[in-house]
Design a protein around this ligand. Structure first.
Ligand SMILES: *Cc1c(COP(=O)(O)O)cnc(C)c1O
Length: 428
């Protein structure tokens, strides 16, 4: 597959943008190949600058759950734009969006829109600290919550891939208030609470998607719910990936566990840069201008982003079978890959939870960061390139998820399973 144009653009890009990209994963460094520059997307496919077509399992890292350029999303967008792009004053659609989110998410009474998932988590922990009057935050090894200072500790995904457990430039003093525990390990959390009475809250991805896919055990999440209640700390679900993906009501709905606060991003912008955080009324009332926790945003609640966000939510809500269909699609991939792994004898394991998947190049159980760290990332890199050359766009690192959307067709899945067999056979 010829990617000469992508290569040329990349040569230019590195002169003007650090690493040639505006977010590290896009450089494809973890898979020892150059980035693919995208020209356009349609349905389940994207086309690169060289005219190659790929079945897309990155889906903009989740937002493209309806596929690219969905007609229902684009419909009426021109009229919205004609009215004006941004005012820095409130618009009605922001209220509609907040109401749609509050209606969808268990235990959430109020929500504040921001511009990214990073902003959402950063603001949520500020609220937790402001509300409880305590300072420390528990996070889990391998969970990613964006790139704000205090959460950029042992944070999976890009940081995991590039071997930087904690970023340069993060002050020691900030990190001292972040306690890192083992995912799916309740004892570790109990120990942290036994050692400190200054814990404001726990933030986690209830279904981790940034160390490859690792769903939280139900007992673990239930335990966290109990521990936080006993200790006057807040439980914060980072549903930036899982919100409106894993189910309309996110992981909270699937597990039947209601957190005190939740963070959103990705899907809720329908492709535009958006985030949100929300929670119980008594907690959210502390946010400025109602309360004393300051948080603001010039472009927050942007009308175009709200338009695409609310359209996405409505489409996902209208058709109750939409999630079941995505899960069926994911199951077919799981089955197909499983058979291919057996046939080729490659040391790999496909993990699926509802409509998310990761193919781990390793064996045994994947319960936490230590387990995934043992994976053979060189094998993943080879596998990725083999798949790419067959027109399958996978996440360009072992520690990420394949995102299934409504646009993936049976034909796409068949092609993907066939390509998987060839790839595994070539790299074994
Ligand atoms: C992507 C992601 C974030 C950060 O969102 P950005 O919009 O990239 O800032 C936070 N939490 C989780 C779980 C994510 O996957």
């Amino acid at each position: 597959m010829n990617r000469e144009k992508s290569r040329k653009i990349y040569e230019e890009a590195v002169k003007y943008i650090p690493g040639g990209v505006n977010s590290p994963a896009r450089a494809f460094k973890a898979v020892n190949t150059g980035p693919v520059f995208v020209k356009r997307g349609y349905g389940s496919k994207i086309e690169d600058e060289d005219g190659n077509e790929y079945i897309d399992y990155i889906g903009s890292w989740g937002p493209a759950i309806l596929g690219h350029n969905d007609e229902r999303l684009m419909d009426g967008l021109g009229e919205v734009i004609e009215k004006g792009m941004s005012f820095g004053l409130p618009t009605k659609i922001e209220v509609d969006m907040a109401k749609a989110m509050v209606d969808s998410y268990p235990g959430m009474d109020m929500v504040r829109m921001v511009n990214s998932g990073t902003e959402a988590t950063m603001s949520a922990i500020r609220v937790a600290r402001g509300y409880t009057g305590k300072n420390k935050i528990i996070k889990f090894e391998g969970c990613y919550h964006g790139h704000s200072d205090s959460l950029l500790v042992k944070s999976g995904s890009g940081t995991l891939t590039y071997g930087v457990p904690t970023s340069l430039g993060v002050p020691k003093a900030v990190v001292e208030d972040t306690i890192v525990c083992r995912f799916n390990d309740l004892e570790d959390v109990r120990k942290a609470f036994a050692e400190s009475d200054d814990i404001a809250g726990i933030i986690l991805e209830p279904i981790a998607g940034n160390m490859g896919l690792i769903p939280g055990d139900k007992e673990f999440l239930q335990g966290l719910r109990e521990i936080t209640e006993e200790n006057g700390a807040l439980l914060i679900f980072d549903e930036v990936i899982t919100g409106y993906r894993i189910a309309y009501g996110g992981a909270a709905e699937v597990y039947g566990i209601t957190p005190d606060m939740a963070c959103f991003g990705k899907i809720i912008g329908g492709g535009m840069p958006v985030g949100a955080y929300g929670g119980k009324r008594e907690i959210m009332k502390i946010v400025s201008p109602e309360g004393g926790v300051y948080q603001a945003g010039t472009l927050s609640g942007n009308p175009i982003a709200m338009h695409l966000g609310i359209r996405s939510l409505n489409i996902l809500k209208e058709d109750p079978s939409i999630y079941e269909e995505m899960i069926e699609t994911a199951k077919k991939i799981e089955q197909g890959f499983k058979i291919n792994i057996e046939k080729t004898g490659v040391k790999a394991k496909i993990v699926r939870y509802r409509n998310m998947l990761t193919l781990f190049f390793g064996e045994g159980e994947f319960k936490n960061f230590d387990d995934v760290e043992k994976c053979d990332t060189d094998m993943y890199a080879k596998y990725f390139v083999e798949m790419l050359d067959q027109g399958i766009m996978l996440p360009p690192a072992q520690f990420e998820c394949m995102f299934i959307g409504t646009a993936h067709s049976d034909r796409d899945i068949e092609k993907t399973i066939e390509a998987n067999y060839i790839a595994l056979n070539n790299i074994k």
